[in-house]
Design a binder for this molecule. Structure first.
Ligand SMILES: Cc1cc2nc3c(=O)[nH]c(=O)nc-3n(C[C@H](O)[C@H](O)[C@H](O)COP(=O)(O)OP(=O)(O)OC[C@H]3O[C@@H](n4cnc5c(N)ncnc54)[C@H](O)[C@@H]3O)c2cc1C
Length: 555
């Protein structure tokens, strides 16, 4: 695996945590949230000699430390654990640099990207427009060629950008605009005449980040500001960054979700109700804590697997990045919401932080591809795979994961994938994906099924001591396996039951055929696979609260 060595990564994570403990205390974060303030000097300190976090994000040839995808996922999770707004401010520089990283010439990379490591400059990524969000192809900002003596010397940019993180503070912007040859990225300096930022948006959450609209009025840029020096590659370049950047936002979901859940866990240890702590009440832990831990750790398995593959040189993992982001950010949102519930009335106040975390994590299912767009991306790609392999794509995955030890949850994940393959096939035969809703629901079920398989692989690797050295290690192998089995059961049940519901609901089956369809979707086996669920939840709760270890020590 490329990237940083384990010790260096641990040191950076430690330095980040130390910085957070000193400079980003709860009262400070609450103050920034209440004042709706972007702490630009904190961001500059984090990207300056005091911490130098930006170095990890840049390759060595651009004067950075050369962190790989796995490193960046770990760091993004830690940043979001502290504050998703501050994490967004840091991430936006990286995002802003990405069009140059993927599409720039070597000279352009040296010219602009070395400034991130050397000077700690702040960047912004200007893609979204008032009328072009999920559908970037609808962009209206124009880049008109400026010629002198028949030679192209530059461009004039005109238009408006919306929701740009760091928009009001960036030193350097990458701006997507329609040139005569098609959508093209341009590099624009702060202070270029005609470029102006609107007032900061008054947002629901991540209030410690700056989000602003940009206006471009006859902004003149020289011709060498075209990323890659060729017009028309902008949308391909924007797509190319997704496999990577979506993993980072997935990590934000993990960080914020666990930050909230950890507060709920601590609270429940000392909050007495009916004479005993909430942490000892199954009706509390098995609803508000354990399922969220299982979903977050399932998403982590997918994030770790995808980042490992990226670090090993695989390309075109856009669908995998989409799956990781969809599940991690949805899990983060649900965990934060449950954490408010877990703190009761206190959770609903600002002081206890979970209310802020819930507002902050909300953005993660919107930016870098909304959950619905991710569902579409996942469904379209796997639909093609299903057709190309004549329905064998998920069946082949099922065969492999079924070989894993039963304790890892592999056989249950295999059942989920078998059921998924059948749902897809029935949808093909009855042409159900003509309903956009069915297509999107398939996208979600595919993500859940493939993630159950990734989690089983991770649990099996943990049991055999073959997890990557840089993997997060919160859970010992046995509780990790219990969480994997919990998630695999949920995945199988959702795929079987919801798949059935959508096939019936979209008119894919006649009344008399429903019992046979239930059998084909493996529902009887899926129901039998639920045996042992509550015992696994008990074991997971014990691990989360450190009870098993305490009992062992007492014995
Ligand atoms: C705080 C914040 C920071 C941001 N930072 C940046 C940044 O730094 N740079 C940048 O370029 N952008 C940034 N964005 C923009 C963000 O990426 C977009 O908001 C996002 O892509 C969604 O676009 P939209 O807001 O136009 O919503 P829309 O695309 O209009 O979507 C609205 C709803 O419709 C759904 N939808 C959209 N298309 C379809 C479809 N075809 N079928 C079914 N449903 C659909 C969506 O899932 C969503 O639920 C930021 C946004 C916010 C709020």
């Amino acid at each position: 695996m490329g990237g940083l060595d384990r010790q260096t990564l641990q040191e950076i994570i430690g330095a980040l945590a130390d910085f957070g403990a000193r400079r980003l205390t709860d009262p400070k974060l609450l103050e920034l949230d209440a004042k709706d303030e972007y702490p630009v000097e904190i961001i500059r300190s984090m990207c300056g000699p005091e911490l130098g976090i930006q170095m990890a994000f840049m390759p060595q040839e651009l004067h950075g430390m050369g962190g790989g995808s796995f490193d960046l996922y770990r760091l993004c999770e830690e940043m979001a654990r502290m504050d998703v707004g501050i994490a967004t401010g840091l991430f936006a520089t990286f995002l802003g640099s990405e069009p140059i990283s993927v599409g720039g010439t070597e000279e352009q990379k040296q010219r602009w990207l070395t400034r991130i490591a050397d000077e700690g400059i702040i960047m912004a990524y200007g893609a979204t427009e008032p009328a072009a969000g999920s559908d970037l192809g609808a962009l209206r900002t124009t880049a008109t060629r400026v010629e002198k003596d028949g030679q192209l010397v530059g461009y004039r940019l005109n238009g408006a950008k919306q929701w740009i993180s760091n928009g009001g503070f960036a030193d350097l912007y990458t701006i997507l605009a329609n040139a005569p040859g098609g959508p093209t990225w341009f590099v624009v300096d702060k202070g270029t005449p005609g470029l102006s930022a609107g007032k900061p948006e008054d947002k629901h959450g991540i209030r410690a980040s700056n989000t602003a609209a940009l206006t471009l009025e006859d902004v003149g840029v020289p011709a060498d500001r075209v990323v890659g020096l060729v017009e028309g590659r902008g949308l391909v370049q924007a797509q190319a960054v997704f496999g990577y950047t979506r993993l980072m936002v997935a990590a934000f979901g993990l960080g914020a979700g666990w930050a909230a859940l950890d507060r709920a866990i601590e609270y429940s240890k000392t909050r007495l109700q009916g004479g005993s702590p909430l942490s000892e009440k199954q009706g509390y832990t098995h609803k508000l804590i354990v399922p969220h831990a299982a979903r977050l750790e399932a998403a982590r398995a997918h994030v770790e697997e995808t980042s490992t593959r990226l670090d090993e040189g695989e390309k075109e993992l856009n669908t995998e990045g989409a799956i990781a982001k969809l599940l991690a950010t949805e899990a983060g949102n649900r965990a934060a919401d449950a954490s408010i519930q877990a703190l009761g009335g206190y959770g609903y106040t600002r002081e206890y932080m979970v209310e802020k975390i819930k507002r902050d994590v909300r953005i993660t299912t919107i930016y870098e591809g909304t959950s619905e767009i991710l569902e579409m991306t996942i469904a379209r790609d796997r639909w093609q795979q299903h057709l190309k392999t004549r329905g064998q794509y998920h069946r082949e995955q099922a065969k492999k994961v079924a070989q894993l030890p039963a304790s890892s949850g592999g056989p249950i994940a295999a059942l989920a994938l078998e059921s998924l393959a059948e749902v897809m096939e029935r949808s093909r035969v009855a042409r159900l994906t003509r309903h956009q809703h069915v297509l999107f629901r398939l996208g979600e079920l595919i993500a859940i099924g493939e993630t159950a398989a990734a989690f089983a692989r991770r649990a099996a690797a943990a049991a055999s001591g073959t997890l990557p050295g840089k993997a997060a290690a919160r859970f010992a192998p046995e509780p990790l396996a219990a969480l994997s089995r919990i998630f695999a059961r949920e995945a199988a049940a959702r795929i079987g039951e919801e798949g059935l519901a959508w096939i019936c609901g979209a008119g894919g089956v006649r009344d008399a055929e429903v019992p046979a369809l239930e059998a084909a979707l493996r529902l009887p086996e899926i129901h039998r696979a639920q045996i042992g669920l509550v015992a696994d939840m008990d074991a997971a709760a014990d691990a989360i609260y450190g009870r098993a270890a305490e009992e062992q020590q007492a014995a």
